[in-house]
Design a binder for this molecule. Structure first.
Ligand SMILES: [Zn+2]
Length: 87
């Protein structure tokens, strides 16, 4: 159903997206303060845990779309990624 409605469907590995900081890329289970809250132990970035994970999944999807391989390295979202998306 989703594949029917979406013009292009990209699947990404969701591993560690809930414990990885969308701002600095640090993956640490201690950053997941509770089921709902995320606060990075490295940079202090705070967000709803689901939103933080969604940003990580989005970044992985964009990396696949732009041919940056299947690397799951934790690189933070940045303006470069957003600019390419808008192009
Ligand atoms: Zn961080």
């Amino acid at each position: 159903m989703l594949a029917y409605k979406a013009p292009r469907l990209v699947t990404v590995d969701p591993a560690h997206t809930s414990r990885t900081c969308a701002a600095c890329g640090r993956a640490d289970a201690a950053s997941r303060r509770s089921r709902a809250s995320f606060e990075c132990v490295a940079c202090g970035h705070a967000d709803h845990a689901d939103l933080n994970a969604a940003r990580n999944i989005r970044r992985r999807g964009l990396a696949l779309l732009h041919g940056e391989g299947r690397s799951h390295s934790a690189t933070p979202a940045n303006r470069e990624t957003d600019r390419r998306l808008a192009a």
